[in-house]
Ligand binder design. Structure first.
Ligand code: LER
Ligand code: MN
Length: 269
């Protein structure tokens, strides 16, 4: 397993759940704190230049774990469940840019809140719109070796795909080889009956994990049982990325440091 930290550009909204903003400074700090990689929370693929990114990664000996897309929904309002053809095509174009970037950096693009809400639609209609967009983008991503990962998100942020079981059921319906699951233990603490057992049971679909404590503070600062989580991931033989996606509290440096200090021992076992 490798440990990553979610970061964003300088102007990211508070709804980007990252401790550090500004790519260069964030990467310097992440490396100094012992993280192996960074997850880039982007609203557009041009937000960071490829050359600048490559040189920052080399300088700090970091990898990109994932390109995450929550801001495409939170800041720009695009969604996989939108039925408007013009907006769907703009969203697909942003995602093709993310996939092109991920082809060289990390091979993974997340679908979190950007899967969109059900809202006034029938559930079957929202699912069909989601699967249609996922199928088109995964077909574009497959020859580039890129995987898209669907993140169940709690009911207070979105009304569609809240639990891991719902996420897995939708993956089964879609049947797309490079569409996998990104469980986030913060959302699982709200939506899933058990965290460790659910991860272990669904490990074949788990391609990536988001970490935060029960209060979305640094792991160790709430009441989530990380022995349960890492015990399950260890038994299941999980070898992928675990990424810290937390609020910058009590302040960004303290949050990122506490998370690294608390989690590192699990990564040495
Ligand atoms: C949102 O709460 C979240 O966890 C992100 O990773 C998905 O947009
Ligand atoms: Mn998350």
């Amino acid at each position: 397993m490798k440990l990553s930290l979610a970061i964003a550009g300088e102007n990211a909204l508070p709804t980007a759940f990252v401790v550090f903003r500004g790519f260069a400074e964030s990467m310097r700090k992440a490396a100094a704190l012992g993280y192996d990689g960074v997850e880039l929370a982007l609203k557009h693929p041009d937000e960071i230049g490829r050359d600048e990114l490559a040189s920052l990664l080399a300088e700090h000996k970091l990898e990109v774990s994932c390109i995450s897309s929550g801001q495409v929904y939170a800041a720009l309002g695009y969604a996989f469940t939108d039925s408007d053809p013009a907006r769907r095509s703009e969203l697909a174009s942003i995602f093709r840019g993310f996939i092109d970037l991920a082809a060289d950096f990390g091979k993974t693009v997340n679908i979190g809140r950007v899967r969109g809400p059900i809202k006034g639609k029938k559930r079957e209609e929202a699912e069909a719109l989601f699967i249609d967009m996922a199928r088109e983008l995964c077909a574009y991503a497959a020859p580039k070796g890129v995987t898209l990962i669907l993140e169940p998100v709690n009911r207070y942020e979105i009304d569609f795909i809240n639990s891991v079981d719902e996420g897995v059921a939708l993956l089964r319906k879609a049947g797309i080889a490079n569409l996998k699951l990104m469980p986030d233990v913060f959302h699982m603490n709200i939506e899933d009956a058990e965290i460790g057992a659910t991860l272990e049971r669904n490990i074949a679909d788990v391609a990536y994990v988001h970490l935060a404590d029960s209060n979305r503070h640094a792991p160790g600062d709430g009441h989530t049982d990380f022995d349960d989580i890492f015990g399950a991931l260890g038994r299941a033989g999980y070898k992928g990325w675990c990424t810290v996606e937390i609020l910058p509290l009590p302040d960004p440096d303290t949050a990122a440091r506490r998370a690294s200090e608390f989690l590192r021992p699990y990564f040495r076992r």
